[in-house]
Design a protein around this ligand. Structure first.
Ligand code: WQD
Length: 337
């Protein structure tokens, strides 16, 4: 298929581009490069031997989207573009609502006008808020505890209403748990701008000597070692989830939602020790007070994706840390380096 991959120069997007190209699809990337590097796509070509087409632009620009859909005879869209830093979204709510919702609305309006109605949407486990029970199934109560999570919740609602109004739409929303790791080649990986918000890239930068120590945000949670527990999912498994969702679209009219998670929870300290095993030495850390808004435990019930998509996570945390370290140590300054 001819696939439009928005945000394809980013962390999730570049790994998804690899899987799509290796499966024989043609990939056209639309990315405004605000939070990503075109170099990642040159690396994607190095890995796959196929060059994704890069169109530098914004999903909110309907003319650009319309031109790309027409010129490249797009059959389906995988929409991963968006702002995704929880803390930043609390500080800049209007920027997040405008960016993430404008992009989605302009994209689906342009798709509808061109009769392209196959869509895989990047959603998030943040739509579950502070879950009542874990592991979390897709029919758990939804609540957004920050503007970023709200843009994902509203995005799913928009797509659900669209599919209910017009059965020609085939849409899958993927609720990512915690993506980690890198492609085993070490050529592409997570390259956060500024100080990493998320745990694994921060640990990787401690290991690379870019950060003095890891701050462990609280060790007084109701968990085995007192530190926060999350469902860490290897980014290659996550990327493959997009490929199977895309292949599933043809048989699936309407809007379907799937958790993409490993189903296993690991604590902050377990992640730190896994990364130490990858690096071969201990890494410095300090326990500091909890981060506001953090929850104790979050992990997926991934059984629906296994049942309907035939998808499950094949890679474990140790593999994700080894792959992340290979990327970080080969690219200490990320793509810009
Ligand atoms: C994980 C655990 C922290 C950093 C995010 C966002 C969003 C989503 C995925 C897509 C928590 C602890 C962290 C640090 C720490 N992405 N931690 N020191 O908060 O589960 O959610 O994940 O939707 O980006 O919702 O991920 O990696 O920030 O935190 O102790 O320097 O690590 O307290 O327990 P989180 P995270």
């Amino acid at each position: 298929m001819n696939v439009l991959l928005t945000g394809g120069a980013g962390y999730i997007g570049s790994h998804t581009a690899v899987e799509l190209l290796e499966a024989g699809h043609r990939v056209v990337v639309l990315d405004n490069l605000v939070n990503s590097h075109a170099e990642s796509l040159r690396r994607v070509e190095q890995i796959t031997g196929h060059a994704p087409v890069l169109v530098t632009g914004d999903c909110a620009d309907r003319e650009t989207v319309d031109r790309v859909l027409a010129e490249h005879a797009i059959d389906a869209v995988v929409h991963t573009a968006g702002l995704k830093a929880v803390g930043e979204s609390v500080a800049q709510p209007l920027r997040y609502y405008r960016n993430n919702l404008d992009a989605l609305l302009s994209l689906v309006e342009a798709m509808d006008a061109r009769g392209v109605r196959n869509l895989v949407f990047s959603s998030s486990a943040t739509v579950y808020g502070d879950p009542e029970t874990v592991p979390i199934p897709e029919d758990a109560p939804l609540s957004a505890t920050n503007p970023y999570g709200a843009t994902k919740l509203f995005g799913e609602r928009i797509l659900g209403d669209l599919a209910a109004a017009d059965p020609r739409w085939h849409i899958v929303s993927l609720r990512y748990f915690n993506p980690v790791g890198a492609h085993p080649s070490g050529l592409i990986g997570e390259d956060p701008q500024g100080t990493p918000n998320n745990l694994l890239p921060y640990i990787a930068q401690v290991a690379a000597g870019r950060r003095e120590f890891l701050q462990v945000f609280g060790d007084d949670y109701d968990t085995a070692d007192g530190t926060g527990v999350r469902d860490y999912l290897h980014v290659v498994d996550l990327a493959r989830g997009h490929l199977v969702a895309l292949h599933h679209l043809a048989d699936a009219p309407g809007h379907r939602v799937y958790n993409l998670g490993s189903g296993k929870g690991y604590s902050v300290m377990e992640c730190l020790h896994a990364f130490e095993r990858a690096v071969g030495r201990s890494l410095p850390y300090k326990v500091v007070p909890r981060r506001p808004g953090d929850i104790a435990v979050c992990s997926a019930d991934p059984s629906a994706a296994a049942r309907d998509l035939g998808w499950k996570a094949d890679r474990d945390l140790d593999e994700a840390c080894a792959d992340a370290w290979r990327w970080q140590s080969a690219n200490p300054r990320g793509f810009a380096g």
